[in-house]
Design a protein around this ligand. Structure first.
Ligand SMILES: [Zn+2]
Length: 421
């Protein structure tokens, strides 16, 4: 009896695995006909026909135009119905919020960004995100919501845990809040994980299974793709490199309360602090003029001044690049990625920072680890987090562990509990 039950669960599991394998190839446009599916998955014709039939019946796949014939009757091409639903995505930064909407293939259909202070707290911030979502004029049902936040998140519960730059957010049930408003499954992650996933699947990192995304914005963080999967770690805080200890004779106090953190000497926040001090002390005319005109400096003022040739700003950028490069060299020696993608607000505006990072990584890493290592600027730039948040939701919905819970109803819309199962 027990044996039979175990065997039946096993068979059911295999059915979902083959269904998802067929769906994955169609939705990534890696196979367009039943024959291609059979070849690539090494599955028999009747099994492929059965799975495709189930997918067409569920509305996820449709038959399109006639494909090319290799002799005999031309086959009908199979197409993923990416417009069957919509995914709402948001990225909350320390000083701004971005929202967007993707189709079920992960293509970003529309997006919008505005200034926002995360210290307003979770209720006001999530209401703001909801209000921005509500301005989208889509008719498709909401299949899921993905949100990136600038701090560590317990992925299973969708709660930020002791995030240093998000006062008032510790332990807040972000997932439950959004799930209640939209009656949709919600996934929340550290924004740098979303950016890493976005760049891996839809940016410069496509097809490279071991890579690191480094975000240099107000703070510093890293997302790790290892063996083709996002590595979140046991508690979901892998890649929290902003608060690793660096040699800092001054003992600068970080926003997390400790001293000697990388972020406290090399993040956008640190650049602005040091540039403002240099301007006030009369060491840089360029920065002083900018400070006078704007009332305060932003990271892009420092990168702009460095591009302009301002000596103080150039030294600040070099120092930041050196510090970040040192940290990355450790990571490269430990983890041996073949690509490092550098993104975030500070990285986006200056080649000088990237050059300083490159120099220090190559200098300090093992020759074998850097032999095929490329260090590049993000291609998706400020869209990386939104694109990645969408793909995170889509991957979860179409995983073999989850699709079985909604496939027979044809849609995961209206099923917030799916994110927790
Ligand atoms: Zn810190």
């Amino acid at each position: 009896m027990v044996d039979t039950a175990v065997r039946m669960v096993g068979v059911a599991g295999e059915q979902w695995d083959s269904l998802v394998a067929v769906l994955d190839l169609i939705r990534r446009d890696e196979a367009r006909t039943r024959a291609e599916l059979g070849r690539q998955l090494a599955l028999g014709r009747s099994l492929v026909t059965q799975r495709v039939g189930q997918l067409i019946g569920s509305g996820l796949v449709e038959e399109g135009s006639l494909g090319s014939s290799t002799g005999g009757r031309a086959p009908r091409e199979l197409r993923f119905r990416a417009s069957a639903g919509t995914v709402l995505v948001a990225e909350l930064g320390v000083t701004k919020v971005s929202v967007g909407r993707t189709d079920l293939s992960g293509a970003l259909i529309e997006h919008h960004e505005q200034a926002w202070d995360i210290a307003q707290g979770p209720d006001a911030s999530l209401r703001q995100i909801g209000d921005l979502f509500d301005t989208f004029g889509h008719r498709e049902p909401v299949w899921g919501i993905g949100l990136g936040v600038p701090g560590p998140v317990e992925f299973l519960s969708g709660r930020p845990i002791a995030p240093p730059m998000m006062p008032g957010w510790d332990g807040f049930p972000v997932r439950d809040w959004l799930a209640a408003r939209y009656a949709a499954p919600v996934w929340v992650d550290n924004e740098v994980n979303a950016m890493a996933l976005g760049e891996y699947r839809a940016g410069l990192g496509r097809g490279i299974d071991d890579q690191v995304f480094v975000k240099i914005g107000s703070g510093i963080g890293a997302g790790l793709i290892s063996g083709g999967r996002l590595h979140r770690g046991a508690q979901g805080c892998a890649g929290d490199v902003g608060h690793v200890a660096v040699t800092d004779p001054v003992g600068t106090i970080c926003r997390c309360g400790r001293s000697g953190c990388l972020e406290a000497v090399a993040g956008g926040y640190a650049l602005v602090r040091d540039a403002t001090a240099a301007a006030a002390e009369g060491h840089s005319e360029h920065l002083a003029a900018r400070l006078m005109a704007m009332g305060r400096l932003e990271p892009r003022d420092v990168t702009g001044a460095a591009e302009f040739g301002d000596r103080v700003a150039m030294e600040l950028m070099n120092r930041a690049g050196r510090r970040i490069g040192e940290m990355l060299a450790t990571l490269v020696n430990f983890y041996n990625p073949s690509l490092i993608v550098v993104g975030g607000g500070v990285a986006a505006v200056g080649d000088q920072l990237l050059a300083a990072i490159r120099q220090n990584v190559y200098q300090r890493s093992l020759p074998l680890a850097t032999r095929d290592l490329r260090i590049v600027a993000s291609e998706l730039d400020d869209r990386a987090g939104l694109v990645g948040a969408g793909l995170m939701v889509i991957d979860e919905l179409f995983s073999s562990e989850r699709i079985r819970y909604w496939f027979d109803c044809r849609t995961p819309a209206g099923r917030p509990e799916l994110a927790a199962c």
